[in-house]
Design a binder for this molecule. Structure first.
Ligand SMILES: NC(=O)c1ccc[n+]([C@@H]2O[C@H](COP(=O)([O-])OP(=O)(O)OC[C@H]3O[C@@H](n4cnc5c(N)ncnc54)[C@H](O)[C@@H]3O)[C@@H](O)[C@H]2O)c1
Ligand SMILES: O=C(O)C(=O)C[C@]1(C(=O)O)C=C[C@@H](O)C=C1
Length: 361
């Protein structure tokens, strides 16, 4: 018996960096039988299909959406309310609907007004300055904190399904109200973005400054390379919380300026900064490159994992790493970390010959 996936049909609306990463995770970990991509941009859909992120592409909303039991809204924050309004008339009332937007208050309000049921606002705390499905990867979401921000309208079973989805994608759900989330990300994500703009503006008109810019400057300003319009919209959507964070930031800068004449105070601030930075949790991802991974569906029969490892051992394929991805009552999947792309190809042929279903990344 094949393992039953968590979802029959998942729709990813906005197949870019994050939507594409969710799609890869759903397909790669056998969490959905079918993944449909919906996007305003036909190039994004074509690329998503070519990269194996989605099984099927759709460019217009319609009755086909009624077959989805999971809908993930993954367009830029500013586009989310209109996207939800376009899809809402066709959604199955039983579908779990979630989003991945960087600001939660506005989208939570918009979906409440639309009366979308089973909506659980969400935000994976992982990403990159490089957008687009071509940069998407299931590994991006692995071990990431993924905030879920239920509202008074969110049914508890929907929250529980959203938690299960996040966990099966390999991330760690953290639940809090939308406004608490928006205040926290103002400080740890949106303020750093504005700070990166301020720093880059200071070197923009002086070639000598950019010539000398080394690792420190690059580390501090990486997020300035993100999509300008999307980043602008993200910070504007959260401007009230961001203003409060800016007030505190200015105060911090003024204190540090004053401490230039009080070296002991400055040393204490430097120690505190080092302690805080050094104790930030490190997000552990797979040590092996994802291209050496093979995910194998494990049916609900005795000794199936043993059958996989024995077959590979007998064929001389070395398993460097093994991870149980989603073992439920009906079976699940295991991720094998192998040594080379050639090993992935031979393991795939061997295991498929034995009747196992496999997915590479
Ligand atoms: N980039 C990050 O680091 C990051 C991290 C966490 C969350 N997010 C959030 O994820 C969401 C997507 O960001 P991304 O980085 O994946 O962006 P992206 O630009 O890579 O992808 C966005 C996709 O949405 C599509 N799109 C835009 N408007 C649409 C519409 N009206 N209808 C359908 N499709 C539409 C685009 O064509 C594109 O394919 C945003 O809400 C962002 O706030 C981003
Ligand atoms: O570029 C990265 O590494 C990110 O994780 C991007 C980042 C962030 O500020 O940390 C940016 C916006 C998202 O909402 C979440 C994450």
């Amino acid at each position: 018996m094949k393992p039953a996936p968590l979802f029959e049909t998942a729709v990813i609306a906005g197949v870019g960096l994050i939507g594409g990463s969710v799609a890869h995770g759903l397909r790669g970990r056998f969490l959905a039988r079918r993944v449909i991509g919906y996007d305003a941009n036909s190039d994004a859909l074509r690329t998503a299909e070519a990269l194996g992120a989605i099984d099927e592409a759709r460019a217009t909303p319609g009755p086909w959406l009624n077959g989805a039991d999971l809908v993930v809204l993954a367009a830029p924050v500013k586009a989310l309310p209109k996207l939800a309004a376009d899809l809402a008339p066709h959604l199955n009332p039983k579908a779990l609907v979630t989003d991945v937007g960087s600001v939660k208050g506005p989208v939570a309000d918009a979906l409440a007004q639309l009366g979308v049921r089973n909506f659980v606002p969400g935000h994976p705390m992982a990403g990159s300055e490089r957008g687009g499905v071509e940069h998407a990867s299931a590994a991006l979401l692995e071990n990431a904190i993924w905030v879920l921000t239920p509202t008074d309208d969110t049914p508890l079973p929907a929250l529980s399904r959203a938690r299960t989805l996040v966990e099966h994608l390999g991330a760690a759900p953290v639940v809090m109200p939308p406004d608490a989330h928006d205040h926290l990300v103002a400080t740890i994500s949106h303020l750093p973005y504005l700070a990166s703009l301020a720093l880059t503006h200071m070197v923009a008109r002086d070639e000598r400054l950019s010539l000398l810019a080394a690792g420190g400057f690059r580390d501090l300003t990486r997020v300035a390379s993100g999509d300008p319009r999307m980043s602008r919209d993200m910070v504007v959507e959260n401007k009230e919380a961001l203003r409060a964070a800016l007030v505190r930031f200015r105060r911090e800068l003024e204190r540090l300026e004053a401490d230039l004449d009080a070296p002991e105070e400055l040393l204490a601030a430097a120690h505190e900064g080092k302690r805080t930075r050094d104790s930030l949790p490190v997000v552990k991802r797979s040590l092996l490159p994802p291209k050496f991974d093979l995910v194998v569906a494990v049916p609900d029969r005795p000794n199936q994992i043993g059958a996989v490892t024995q077959a590979l051992g007998a064929a001389g394929v070395n398993i460097k790493d093994i991870e149980v991805l989603a073992i439920r009552e009906e079976g699940g999947a295991i991720r094998l970390g192998l040594e080379s792309v050639e090993d992935v190809a031979s393991a795939r042929t061997l295991l498929e010959g034995l009747g196992f279903e496999t997915r590479g990344r």
